[in-house]
Design a binder for this molecule. Structure first.
Ligand SMILES: Cc1ncc(COP(=O)(O)O)c(C=O)c1O
Length: 426
């Protein structure tokens, strides 16, 4: 029996059981304990290659900067570095980690917001390209005599994303230089003697197929600004960066993101407008999102006012449902297609009524009749999962394992109580 979420060699069903990278999910849960993030290295590689193939087919020059905020684990960074990825970092510590993982500074772009003077000092010393987000940042970089490469992030006035919180273009948005000031920003940069070599936009995260058109309209606008910027700077841009955003299929009713249409659309717009510099993209979710699964064990099955399935993870492990009302497919790893289905609340172990893995507490999810001790797999948890985890309720953040072909290894141990309190003084 095939399920919509099955991905050959990655997540499959066999004999009523979930298998991840050819390993039985329940066996992984038993061996490594739950809650547990499981990543499949081959799926990460495959996603990266799918992107490369889509851009290779356009014949235009490009580079892929992995948005490490989606999942900053050094094992994943190392894997992507071997494939030729570069890095999009959003904090000085992300820059540090990327460098420690072997990325040279010229392969790292920093795109931060509300950047402090201390952050700027560290970034300047690190040698990475700084993507300027505000006139304030530009002024302070000039005062600090920054002579490295810079680019300017603008807000093209519209955005797209899976949730309001992930839309980063438009009026009530903190990021970038707005349309009415963008040419002035290039003029000021030139007057100040900054070495501006690129233009950047990132309009939001987690697009669905029909967001591509919206995105491509902003691409046209950005290219037009890019051409004016070249005149102001009296030199060609070295790159134009269209940010991240391509989504993944979280729900059956969604379709796979049309990656070829996206790549070809960018290339066509560049060609049509005779802008010849390389294109940069900064995907995060598309590369790691569907490569990660959160395994959690059922400890309580009870009909309260509604049927409740209590599990040993909470939004401290995966906050997307509680924070964004995000849909994550939940499957019973040891009872995949048991016919009897019960509409249930999948409840986390935190003391918050919003701590559920359904999209919200009112939307019950039809799951096979579940027993205590069953293992539930929350799919598509590879991006913005462990990366956004916290210690709320003094819960430890979960362990992470990476499966690479026949090799499975713990890449993050579960935190200990001692670690949680080590910096606190009574
Ligand atoms: C500047 C920037 N680039 C890239 C990304 C990655 O987005 P996504 O994971 O949707 O590709 C983000 C995430 O919001 C971002 O803020």
């Amino acid at each position: 029996m095939n399920h919509w979420w099955e991905i050959p060699k990655h997540q499959t069903s066999r004999n009523n059981q979930l298998w991840i990278a050819n390993q039985k999910a329940t066996r992984l849960a038993k061996q490594f304990q739950t809650p547990l993030f499981v990543y499949n290295a081959n799926r990460i590689r495959e996603n990266y290659r799918r992107l490369c193939e889509a851009f290779d087919a356009t014949g235009a020059p490009y580079s892929i900067h992995y948005a490490m905020k989606a999942n900053p684990h050094p094992a994943i960074l190392a894997l992507l570095r071997k494939l030729g990825a570069r890095i999009d970092a959003v904090s000085p510590n992300e820059v540090r980690l990327a460098k420690q993982t072997g990325f040279s500074p010229e392969k790292i772009f920093f795109t931060g917001t509300s950047v402090s003077n201390d952050d700027l000092t560290e970034l300047i010393a690190s040698g990475v390209l700084i993507n300027i987000d505000s006139f304030s940042q530009m002024r302070r970089l000039t005062e600090k005599k920054f002579d490295g490469n810079a680019s300017i992030r603008w807000n093209p006035g519209t955005g797209a994303g899976i949730h309001d919180h992930t839309i980063t273009g438009g009026k009530f948005i903190k990021f970038g230089i707005p349309e009415k000031f963008i040419l002035k920003a290039f003029q000021t940069a030139r007057t100040n003697g900054l070495c501006v070599v690129g233009l950047h936009q990132h309009i939001g995260s987690g697009w669905l197929g029909n967001d591509v058109q919206k995105f491509l309209k902003t691409v046209e606008k950005t290219i037009s600004v890019g051409k004016k910027a070249e005149k102001i700077l009296s030199k060609p841009l070295e790159f134009i960066d269209f940010g991240g955003g391509p989504g993944i299929r979280y729900q059956e009713k969604q379709t796979d993101f049309p990656i070829e249409k996206y790549a070809q659309g960018i290339a066509n717009a560049m060609k049509k407008n005779s802008l010849n510099c390389p294109v940069v993209i900064e995907p995060g979710r598309f590369i790691v999102g569907d490569a990660g699964i959160l395994l959690t064990e059922v400890n309580t099955v009870e009909t309260k006012n509604i049927p409740v399935i209590g599990v040993n993870a909470g939004f401290n492990a995966l906050i997307r449902p509680a924070f964004y009302g995000a849909y994550h497919e939940i499957v019973n790893a040891n009872r995949l297609h048991t016919p009897v289905k019960v509409a249930s609340m999948v409840a986390g172990n935190l003391c918050e009524s919003g701590d559920v893995f359904n999209t919200d507490k009112y939307s019950l999810r039809k799951l096979p009749k579940t027993r205590e001790g069953d293992i539930l797999a929350i799919l598509n948890a590879g991006a913005y999962g462990r990366a956004m985890a916290s210690n709320y309720n003094l819960r430890e953040r979960p362990a992470e394992i990476l499966i690479d072909e026949k090799k499975t290894r713990v890449i993050t141990r579960k935190e200990t109580f001692r670690q949680l309190i080590q910096n606190q003084k009574p």
